[in-house]
Design a protein around this ligand. Structure first.
Ligand SMILES: CC(C)(COP(=O)(O)OP(=O)(O)OC[C@H]1O[C@@H](n2cnc3c(N)ncnc32)[C@H](O)[C@@H]1OP(=O)(O)O)[C@@H](O)C(=O)NCCC(=O)NCCS
Length: 383
Protein backbone atom coordinates (compact mmCIF):
# COMPACT_ATOMS: atom_id res chain seq x y z
CA UNK A 1 0.00 0.00 0.00
CA UNK A 2 1.40 3.45 -0.77
CA UNK A 3 2.03 5.76 2.18
CA UNK A 4 -0.59 8.27 3.21
CA UNK A 5 1.41 11.09 1.75
CA UNK A 6 1.43 9.27 -1.56
CA UNK A 7 -2.24 8.42 -1.34
CA UNK A 8 -3.55 11.81 -0.44
CA UNK A 9 -3.93 14.41 -3.14
CA UNK A 10 -3.09 11.96 -5.90
CA UNK A 11 -5.03 9.94 -8.36
CA UNK A 12 -4.08 6.28 -8.34
CA UNK A 13 -2.04 5.34 -11.40
CA UNK A 14 -4.69 2.77 -12.32
CA UNK A 15 -7.15 5.63 -12.84
CA UNK A 16 -8.82 5.03 -9.45
CA UNK A 17 -10.25 7.83 -7.34
CA UNK A 18 -8.15 10.70 -6.05
CA UNK A 19 -8.13 10.72 -2.26
CA UNK A 20 -7.47 13.72 -0.06
CA UNK A 21 -8.39 15.22 3.30
CA UNK A 22 -11.69 17.13 3.23
CA UNK A 23 -11.84 20.91 3.65
CA UNK A 24 -14.69 23.29 4.39
CA UNK A 25 -15.48 23.66 0.66
CA UNK A 26 -16.57 20.00 0.70
CA UNK A 27 -19.33 20.56 3.27
CA UNK A 28 -22.22 20.74 0.76
CA UNK A 29 -21.08 17.64 -1.08
CA UNK A 30 -20.49 15.72 2.18
CA UNK A 31 -23.97 16.57 3.45
CA UNK A 32 -25.52 15.56 0.11
CA UNK A 33 -23.66 12.26 0.14
CA UNK A 34 -24.70 11.62 3.74
CA UNK A 35 -28.36 12.25 2.95
CA UNK A 36 -28.25 9.96 -0.05
CA UNK A 37 -26.46 7.18 1.86
CA UNK A 38 -28.22 6.97 5.21
CA UNK A 39 -31.87 7.33 6.19
CA UNK A 40 -31.17 7.98 9.88
CA UNK A 41 -28.25 8.50 12.31
CA UNK A 42 -26.73 10.92 9.83
CA UNK A 43 -23.69 13.07 10.47
CA UNK A 44 -24.90 16.68 10.56
CA UNK A 45 -23.33 19.58 8.69
CA UNK A 46 -22.19 20.94 12.03
CA UNK A 47 -20.46 17.68 12.93
CA UNK A 48 -18.75 17.51 9.53
CA UNK A 49 -17.56 21.06 10.08
CA UNK A 50 -16.21 20.18 13.53
CA UNK A 51 -14.47 17.07 12.22
CA UNK A 52 -12.78 19.02 9.44
CA UNK A 53 -11.38 21.51 11.95
CA UNK A 54 -10.40 18.95 14.57
CA UNK A 55 -7.00 17.42 15.27
CA UNK A 56 -8.70 14.29 16.58
CA UNK A 57 -10.70 13.60 13.40
CA UNK A 58 -9.99 13.14 9.73
CA UNK A 59 -12.41 13.08 6.82
CA UNK A 60 -10.97 11.51 3.70
CA UNK A 61 -12.79 12.19 0.45
CA UNK A 62 -12.65 10.46 -2.91
CA UNK A 63 -13.27 12.36 -6.12
CA UNK A 64 -13.00 11.76 -9.83
CA UNK A 65 -10.33 13.97 -11.35
CA UNK A 66 -11.84 16.92 -13.18
CA UNK A 67 -15.41 16.17 -12.12
CA UNK A 68 -17.40 18.08 -9.47
CA UNK A 69 -18.88 16.36 -6.44
CA UNK A 70 -17.57 13.61 -4.24
CA UNK A 71 -17.48 9.87 -4.96
CA UNK A 72 -17.25 8.96 -1.30
CA UNK A 73 -15.85 9.77 2.11
CA UNK A 74 -14.52 8.07 5.23
CA UNK A 75 -14.60 9.68 8.68
CA UNK A 76 -11.96 8.70 11.22
CA UNK A 77 -11.81 9.63 14.88
CA UNK A 78 -8.65 9.46 16.97
CA UNK A 79 -9.21 9.20 20.66
CA UNK A 80 -6.58 11.20 22.51
CA UNK A 81 -4.20 9.25 24.69
CA UNK A 82 -5.11 5.87 23.21
CA UNK A 83 -3.78 3.65 20.47
CA UNK A 84 -7.25 3.41 18.97
CA UNK A 85 -8.79 4.89 15.87
CA UNK A 86 -12.44 4.58 15.00
CA UNK A 87 -13.93 4.48 11.55
CA UNK A 88 -16.91 6.61 12.37
CA UNK A 89 -18.52 6.41 8.95
CA UNK A 90 -17.86 5.53 5.33
CA UNK A 91 -20.06 6.05 2.29
CA UNK A 92 -19.77 5.87 -1.48
CA UNK A 93 -22.17 7.55 -3.94
CA UNK A 94 -24.57 4.98 -5.41
CA UNK A 95 -23.54 6.07 -8.92
CA UNK A 96 -19.97 4.98 -8.07
CA UNK A 97 -20.76 1.81 -6.10
CA UNK A 98 -18.92 -1.44 -6.70
CA UNK A 99 -15.86 0.19 -8.26
CA UNK A 100 -13.50 -0.29 -5.38
CA UNK A 101 -13.88 3.21 -3.94
CA UNK A 102 -15.09 2.00 -0.54
CA UNK A 103 -12.11 -0.34 -0.33
CA UNK A 104 -9.67 2.41 -1.36
CA UNK A 105 -11.10 4.75 1.30
CA UNK A 106 -10.89 2.05 3.95
CA UNK A 107 -7.25 1.26 3.14
CA UNK A 108 -6.33 4.94 3.12
CA UNK A 109 -8.06 5.31 6.51
CA UNK A 110 -5.94 2.43 7.87
CA UNK A 111 -2.74 4.02 6.57
CA UNK A 112 -3.66 7.37 8.11
CA UNK A 113 -4.45 5.74 11.45
CA UNK A 114 -1.21 3.74 11.41
CA UNK A 115 0.79 6.86 10.57
CA UNK A 116 -0.78 8.53 13.60
CA UNK A 117 0.52 5.75 15.81
CA UNK A 118 -2.76 3.88 16.16
CA UNK A 119 -2.54 0.11 16.37
CA UNK A 120 -6.23 -0.70 16.22
CA UNK A 121 -9.00 0.48 13.93
CA UNK A 122 -12.48 -0.19 15.25
CA UNK A 123 -15.90 0.35 13.76
CA UNK A 124 -19.58 -0.39 14.20
CA UNK A 125 -21.87 -1.46 11.40
CA UNK A 126 -25.57 -2.23 11.18
CA UNK A 127 -26.16 -5.93 11.50
CA UNK A 128 -28.16 -5.94 8.24
CA UNK A 129 -25.52 -4.08 6.20
CA UNK A 130 -24.19 -7.08 4.26
CA UNK A 131 -22.32 -4.96 1.79
CA UNK A 132 -20.27 -3.04 4.33
CA UNK A 133 -19.75 -6.18 6.45
CA UNK A 134 -18.50 -7.98 3.31
CA UNK A 135 -16.00 -5.19 2.72
CA UNK A 136 -14.74 -5.20 6.32
CA UNK A 137 -14.39 -8.96 6.49
CA UNK A 138 -12.53 -9.10 3.20
CA UNK A 139 -10.06 -6.51 4.56
CA UNK A 140 -9.31 -8.62 7.63
CA UNK A 141 -11.58 -7.04 10.25
CA UNK A 142 -12.78 -9.43 12.90
CA UNK A 143 -15.98 -9.22 14.92
CA UNK A 144 -15.41 -8.24 18.55
CA UNK A 145 -18.92 -7.73 19.80
CA UNK A 146 -22.42 -6.48 19.30
CA UNK A 147 -24.32 -3.48 20.67
CA UNK A 148 -28.05 -4.06 21.05
CA UNK A 149 -30.47 -1.31 20.11
CA UNK A 150 -27.68 0.85 18.71
CA UNK A 151 -29.30 2.65 15.82
CA UNK A 152 -32.37 4.91 15.73
CA UNK A 153 -34.52 2.04 14.41
CA UNK A 154 -33.24 -0.24 17.23
CA UNK A 155 -31.07 -2.30 14.90
CA UNK A 156 -28.06 -3.82 16.70
CA UNK A 157 -24.54 -2.86 15.66
CA UNK A 158 -21.77 -5.35 15.03
CA UNK A 159 -18.37 -4.20 16.24
CA UNK A 160 -15.29 -4.99 14.18
CA UNK A 161 -11.61 -4.40 14.74
CA UNK A 162 -8.36 -4.73 12.84
CA UNK A 163 -4.79 -4.56 14.07
CA UNK A 164 -2.83 -2.13 11.91
CA UNK A 165 0.65 -3.07 10.80
CA UNK A 166 1.61 -0.68 8.04
CA UNK A 167 3.22 -2.07 4.96
CA UNK A 168 6.77 -2.81 6.08
CA UNK A 169 7.44 -6.50 6.59
CA UNK A 170 9.71 -7.22 9.54
CA UNK A 171 11.72 -10.31 10.37
CA UNK A 172 14.00 -10.73 13.37
CA UNK A 173 14.20 -14.50 13.14
CA UNK A 174 12.50 -14.92 16.52
CA UNK A 175 9.83 -17.59 16.08
CA UNK A 176 6.38 -17.03 17.53
CA UNK A 177 4.89 -19.39 20.11
CA UNK A 178 1.35 -19.07 21.48
CA UNK A 179 0.91 -19.74 25.18
CA UNK A 180 -1.21 -22.82 25.79
CA UNK A 181 -2.29 -21.88 29.33
CA UNK A 182 -3.44 -18.64 30.98
CA UNK A 183 -0.37 -18.33 33.15
CA UNK A 184 2.67 -19.20 31.03
CA UNK A 185 3.26 -15.87 29.23
CA UNK A 186 6.66 -15.39 30.86
CA UNK A 187 7.97 -18.84 30.02
CA UNK A 188 6.66 -18.54 26.43
CA UNK A 189 8.57 -15.27 25.97
CA UNK A 190 11.66 -17.01 27.26
CA UNK A 191 11.13 -19.91 24.88
CA UNK A 192 10.80 -17.62 21.86
CA UNK A 193 14.05 -15.84 22.75
CA UNK A 194 15.85 -19.15 23.34
CA UNK A 195 14.55 -20.68 20.12
CA UNK A 196 16.59 -18.12 18.21
CA UNK A 197 19.58 -17.67 20.50
CA UNK A 198 20.24 -21.06 22.10
CA UNK A 199 21.48 -23.73 19.73
CA UNK A 200 19.27 -26.79 19.45
CA UNK A 201 16.48 -25.36 21.64
CA UNK A 202 13.04 -26.75 20.81
CA UNK A 203 9.71 -25.00 21.46
CA UNK A 204 6.99 -27.25 22.80
CA UNK A 205 4.31 -27.34 25.52
CA UNK A 206 6.43 -29.61 27.76
CA UNK A 207 9.20 -26.99 27.75
CA UNK A 208 6.58 -24.27 28.27
CA UNK A 209 5.53 -25.88 31.56
CA UNK A 210 9.08 -26.77 32.58
CA UNK A 211 10.29 -23.19 32.17
CA UNK A 212 7.22 -21.90 33.95
CA UNK A 213 7.95 -24.21 36.91
CA UNK A 214 11.55 -22.99 36.98
CA UNK A 215 10.71 -19.29 36.83
CA UNK A 216 7.45 -18.94 38.76
CA UNK A 217 6.88 -16.92 41.85
CA UNK A 218 3.63 -15.00 41.53
CA UNK A 219 0.22 -16.22 42.54
CA UNK A 220 -2.66 -14.78 40.63
CA UNK A 221 -5.97 -14.00 42.37
CA UNK A 222 -6.85 -17.60 41.66
CA UNK A 223 -5.22 -20.41 39.77
CA UNK A 224 -1.51 -20.97 39.20
CA UNK A 225 1.10 -18.24 39.35
CA UNK A 226 3.17 -16.33 36.82
CA UNK A 227 6.81 -15.30 36.51
CA UNK A 228 8.85 -12.48 38.05
CA UNK A 229 11.90 -10.81 36.46
CA UNK A 230 14.46 -12.49 38.73
CA UNK A 231 13.01 -15.96 38.10
CA UNK A 232 12.97 -15.35 34.36
CA UNK A 233 16.56 -14.08 34.37
CA UNK A 234 17.84 -16.98 36.49
CA UNK A 235 16.09 -19.48 34.21
CA UNK A 236 17.39 -17.75 31.08
CA UNK A 237 20.90 -17.93 32.53
CA UNK A 238 20.58 -21.62 33.39
CA UNK A 239 19.40 -22.38 29.87
CA UNK A 240 22.35 -20.63 28.24
CA UNK A 241 21.38 -16.98 27.64
CA UNK A 242 23.00 -13.82 29.01
CA UNK A 243 20.43 -11.95 31.10
CA UNK A 244 20.22 -8.48 32.62
CA UNK A 245 17.45 -7.48 35.01
CA UNK A 246 15.83 -4.04 34.91
CA UNK A 247 13.35 -3.44 37.68
CA UNK A 248 12.05 -0.14 39.04
CA UNK A 249 11.78 -1.14 42.69
CA UNK A 250 13.67 -3.26 45.18
CA UNK A 251 12.25 -6.10 47.21
CA UNK A 252 9.28 -8.36 46.72
CA UNK A 253 7.04 -7.84 43.72
CA UNK A 254 3.36 -8.42 43.00
CA UNK A 255 2.51 -9.11 46.67
CA UNK A 256 -0.63 -6.98 46.40
CA UNK A 257 -1.94 -9.29 43.65
CA UNK A 258 -2.82 -11.93 46.29
CA UNK A 259 -4.78 -11.62 49.50
CA UNK A 260 -3.84 -14.74 51.43
CA UNK A 261 -0.97 -14.27 53.87
CA UNK A 262 0.15 -17.83 53.18
CA UNK A 263 0.45 -17.21 49.44
CA UNK A 264 2.33 -13.99 50.13
CA UNK A 265 4.77 -15.89 52.33
CA UNK A 266 5.46 -18.40 49.54
CA UNK A 267 6.01 -15.55 47.07
CA UNK A 268 8.41 -13.78 49.42
CA UNK A 269 10.46 -16.96 49.88
CA UNK A 270 10.48 -17.82 46.16
CA UNK A 271 11.57 -14.31 45.23
CA UNK A 272 14.28 -14.25 47.89
CA UNK A 273 15.64 -17.47 46.41
CA UNK A 274 15.59 -16.05 42.87
CA UNK A 275 17.32 -12.84 43.97
CA UNK A 276 20.01 -14.87 45.75
CA UNK A 277 20.58 -17.07 42.70
CA UNK A 278 20.66 -14.03 40.38
CA UNK A 279 23.42 -12.60 42.59
CA UNK A 280 25.31 -15.94 42.60
CA UNK A 281 25.20 -16.03 38.81
CA UNK A 282 26.37 -12.39 38.75
CA UNK A 283 23.34 -11.40 36.64
CA UNK A 284 23.49 -7.60 36.36
CA UNK A 285 20.51 -6.00 38.09
CA UNK A 286 19.67 -2.38 37.41
CA UNK A 287 17.18 -1.05 39.94
CA UNK A 288 15.58 1.78 38.01
CA UNK A 289 12.85 2.03 35.37
CA UNK A 290 14.41 1.12 32.03
CA UNK A 291 14.06 3.79 29.38
CA UNK A 292 12.91 3.35 25.82
CA UNK A 293 16.35 4.47 24.62
CA UNK A 294 18.04 1.77 26.69
CA UNK A 295 15.72 -0.89 25.28
CA UNK A 296 16.24 0.37 21.73
CA UNK A 297 20.01 0.25 22.14
CA UNK A 298 19.72 -3.35 23.36
CA UNK A 299 17.48 -4.34 20.44
CA UNK A 300 19.85 -2.62 18.01
CA UNK A 301 22.57 -5.01 19.19
CA UNK A 302 20.34 -7.95 18.28
CA UNK A 303 19.07 -8.63 21.80
CA UNK A 304 15.56 -9.41 22.93
CA UNK A 305 13.72 -8.32 26.08
CA UNK A 306 10.94 -9.87 28.09
CA UNK A 307 8.90 -6.87 29.19
CA UNK A 308 6.22 -6.60 31.86
CA UNK A 309 3.04 -4.94 30.62
CA UNK A 310 -0.33 -4.39 32.16
CA UNK A 311 -2.80 -6.88 30.72
CA UNK A 312 -5.24 -4.02 30.95
CA UNK A 313 -3.91 -2.56 27.71
CA UNK A 314 -3.74 -5.89 25.92
CA UNK A 315 -6.95 -7.60 26.98
CA UNK A 316 -8.66 -5.26 29.46
CA UNK A 317 -7.68 -7.31 32.52
CA UNK A 318 -5.55 -5.85 35.27
CA UNK A 319 -3.11 -8.73 35.45
CA UNK A 320 0.64 -8.74 34.96
CA UNK A 321 1.56 -9.96 31.50
CA UNK A 322 4.89 -10.55 29.73
CA UNK A 323 5.58 -9.88 26.08
CA UNK A 324 8.77 -10.30 24.07
CA UNK A 325 10.29 -7.20 22.45
CA UNK A 326 12.58 -8.24 19.61
CA UNK A 327 12.64 -5.52 16.96
CA UNK A 328 12.60 -1.79 16.32
CA UNK A 329 11.64 -0.21 13.00
CA UNK A 330 12.56 3.35 13.99
CA UNK A 331 9.08 4.18 15.18
CA UNK A 332 7.68 1.03 16.79
CA UNK A 333 8.91 -1.63 19.17
CA UNK A 334 8.13 -4.96 17.50
CA UNK A 335 6.77 -7.52 19.96
CA UNK A 336 5.49 -11.07 20.09
CA UNK A 337 2.57 -11.27 22.50
CA UNK A 338 2.24 -14.95 23.47
CA UNK A 339 -1.42 -14.43 24.32
CA UNK A 340 -3.89 -14.97 21.47
CA UNK A 341 -7.38 -13.86 22.52
CA UNK A 342 -9.39 -16.67 20.92
CA UNK A 343 -12.58 -15.36 22.47
CA UNK A 344 -12.07 -12.14 20.52
CA UNK A 345 -11.49 -14.03 17.30
CA UNK A 346 -7.76 -13.29 17.27
CA UNK A 347 -5.31 -15.51 15.48
CA UNK A 348 -1.54 -15.77 15.72
CA UNK A 349 -1.33 -13.14 12.99
CA UNK A 350 -2.78 -10.66 15.52
CA UNK A 351 -0.19 -11.40 18.20
CA UNK A 352 3.09 -11.96 16.33
CA UNK A 353 5.27 -9.09 15.08
CA UNK A 354 2.99 -6.48 16.66
CA UNK A 355 4.36 -3.00 15.94
CA UNK A 356 3.71 -0.94 19.08
CA UNK A 357 4.34 2.80 18.62
CA UNK A 358 7.03 3.99 21.04
CA UNK A 359 4.63 6.06 23.16
CA UNK A 360 2.09 3.23 23.33
CA UNK A 361 4.76 0.72 24.29
CA UNK A 362 6.08 3.07 26.96
CA UNK A 363 2.60 3.46 28.44
CA UNK A 364 1.95 -0.28 28.42
CA UNK A 365 5.26 -1.25 29.99
CA UNK A 366 4.28 -0.69 33.61
CA UNK A 367 2.10 -2.50 36.05
CA UNK A 368 -0.10 -1.77 39.01
CA UNK A 369 -0.51 1.05 41.48
CA UNK A 370 3.20 1.07 42.26
CA UNK A 371 3.91 1.58 38.53
CA UNK A 372 6.30 -1.35 38.47
CA UNK A 373 8.48 -1.37 35.39
CA UNK A 374 10.41 -4.54 34.71
CA UNK A 375 12.23 -6.20 31.86
CA UNK A 376 14.78 -8.92 31.37
CA UNK A 377 17.20 -8.09 28.58
CA UNK A 378 18.48 -11.23 26.89
CA UNK A 379 21.28 -11.94 24.45
CA UNK A 380 23.28 -14.93 23.28
CA UNK A 381 25.92 -15.82 25.88
CA UNK A 382 29.49 -15.39 24.70
CA UNK A 383 31.43 -18.51 25.58
C1 LIG B 1 -20.27 0.01 2.10
C2 LIG B 1 -19.82 0.90 0.92
C3 LIG B 1 -19.02 2.06 1.49
C4 LIG B 1 -18.96 0.09 -0.02
O1 LIG B 1 -18.46 0.95 -1.02
P1 LIG B 1 -18.15 0.44 -2.53
O2 LIG B 1 -17.27 1.47 -3.15
O3 LIG B 1 -19.40 0.13 -3.23
O4 LIG B 1 -17.37 -0.88 -2.22
P2 LIG B 1 -16.25 -1.53 -3.12
O5 LIG B 1 -16.57 -1.38 -4.59
O6 LIG B 1 -14.92 -1.01 -2.67
O7 LIG B 1 -16.44 -3.05 -2.74
C5 LIG B 1 -15.76 -3.53 -1.65
C6 LIG B 1 -16.32 -4.86 -1.21
O8 LIG B 1 -17.60 -4.73 -0.61
C7 LIG B 1 -18.21 -6.01 -0.64
N1 LIG B 1 -19.47 -5.93 -1.38
C8 LIG B 1 -19.76 -5.14 -2.41
N2 LIG B 1 -21.04 -5.37 -2.76
C9 LIG B 1 -21.53 -6.31 -1.96
C10 LIG B 1 -22.80 -6.95 -1.79
N3 LIG B 1 -23.81 -6.66 -2.58
N4 LIG B 1 -22.93 -7.85 -0.81
C11 LIG B 1 -21.89 -8.16 0.02
N5 LIG B 1 -20.70 -7.58 -0.09
C12 LIG B 1 -20.51 -6.66 -1.03
C13 LIG B 1 -17.27 -6.91 -1.39
O9 LIG B 1 -16.40 -7.52 -0.46
C14 LIG B 1 -16.52 -5.92 -2.24
O10 LIG B 1 -15.32 -6.38 -2.70
P3 LIG B 1 -15.20 -7.09 -4.16
O11 LIG B 1 -15.89 -6.20 -5.12
O12 LIG B 1 -13.72 -7.17 -4.36
O13 LIG B 1 -15.87 -8.40 -4.00
C15 LIG B 1 -21.05 1.42 0.13
O14 LIG B 1 -21.85 0.34 -0.23
C16 LIG B 1 -21.91 2.44 0.83
O15 LIG B 1 -21.63 3.63 0.82
N6 LIG B 1 -23.01 2.00 1.48
C17 LIG B 1 -23.93 2.93 2.12
C18 LIG B 1 -23.34 3.53 3.36
C19 LIG B 1 -22.94 2.46 4.34
O16 LIG B 1 -23.65 1.52 4.59
N7 LIG B 1 -21.77 2.66 4.97
C20 LIG B 1 -21.21 1.73 5.94
C21 LIG B 1 -21.46 2.25 7.28
S1 LIG B 1 -20.71 1.20 8.51
Amino acid sequence: MPSAAALLNTAEPSGGPALRAANLDDLDALVALEEASFVADRITRRSFRNFIGSASALILVAEAAGRPGLLGYAALLFRRGTALARLYSIAVASSAAGQGIGRALLKAAETEAFDRDRILLRLEVREDNDRAIGLYRSEGYRPIGRYLDYYADHMPALRFEKILRGDKPFDTGVPYYEQTTDFTCGSCCLMMAMARDVKGFQLDPVMEIRLWREATTIFMMSGPGGCDPYGLAVTAHEFGLAAEIHVSQVGDLFLDSVRSAEKQKVMVLAQEDFRRRAAEYAIPTIVEPFTLDLLRAHLAKGGTAIVLVSGYHMFAKKVPHWILAHGDDGRHIIVHDPWVADERGESIADAAYLPLPYATFDRMARFGKSVLRAAVFLSPRRS
